[in-house]
Design a protein around this ligand. Sequence first.
Ligand code: PLP
Length: 401
Amino acid sequence: ADYFPAPGRNHLFVPGPTNIPDKVIQAMARNNEDHRSPAFPTLSKTCLEDVKKLFATEKGHAFIFPSTGTGGWESALTNTLSPGDKIVSFRVGQFSLLWIDQMQRLNFDVDVVDSEWGAGANLDVLQSKLASDHGHKIKAVCVVHNETSTGVTNSIAKVREILDRNRHPALLLVDGVSSIGAIPFKFDEWRVDVALTGSQKALSLPTGLAVVCASPKALEAAKHAKSTRVFFDWGDYLKFFENGTYWPYTPSIQLLYGLRAALDILFQEGLDQVYERHHRLAEGTRRAVAAWGLKLATKDPQWKSNTVTAVMVPPGFDSGEVVKVAWKKYNLSLGVGLNNVKGKLFRIGHLGSLNEVSILGALAGVEMTLRDVGINVTPGSGVAAAVEYFRSTTPMIKSRL
Ligand code: PLP
């Protein structure tokens, strides 16, 4: 049932779940099949091999769990660490907050570095913590690459540089839920130990897969890590990987067919082009925000995110009202402000299967909504800024040349 029918398509601009391409929907519209048949491992193998391209890794081992990003977090932590192990992590928004909460509930000793929401991870504090950790008590540094609640992208390259500068052996665990597949991610180059994403973000699939990548060092750590783990145990997955049947329990068959189609679509466009498109859509959106005279939640350009733009509403306005009116009047779905930034910002998600004209629809919808709630932006101003930026930067479509 469509509980709240509306004419036209829903314009889905939350930063995940994202829009699913028709080809992916078609690939998933199929019966169940025997995942122990001789045919199924062929699909499993290509998915496990090809997802590694999104991480830019040859050395890493990929795991695909029937789960979500939150399960990916748990998999990363419990396979590599033991209860009581010291972790340094950065609380810069709602998702880093939730990951830290999970770390604490799993009985790790978390040294939390807080930043004002809208800022990125405080790397000066990381430097001083690592420099004074002579006994190497810190076992892991955990970073959310792209904090989806505030539109903040942290530099993983810089985190690696600080670890190296201090010759510190801590594992580097990275949440790439709203970055991997949309913002360049360099697992091997940055020597990340575990990175993870969820299927409903840049992959433009339904929710239901956690994709986790582990370095050889992380796989080695897993041999000694004492955290209790069952569903997410890499050991079970590796056993079935080695015997060529891949799955210790029933995989999500339709989602794997969807994943295959989603990867094909991304590779056809070319990953570099995918990253450039995300940059372009984000930059057009940022220019629209500037033309409206509004501010980004992101406190410094070094952290601007190419997958989500968080827009501050002026004092005295409620961003929740913007999101509500957009949905009720224009069938446009925007992201709300979460927790500390509730009521203060709304978010335009621009990741996954999207193009310039789709974004312009969203920007026009936001513009109308802002005026509806009394935020007096000039009609057409944001759209015009984005139009001119897109016109001058959008390449011809490769397959149509
Ligand atoms: N990490 C980040 C950066 C996210 O944006 C999200 C969800 O939006 C999560 C983790 C949690 O993922 P999931 O909702 O798939 O469990």
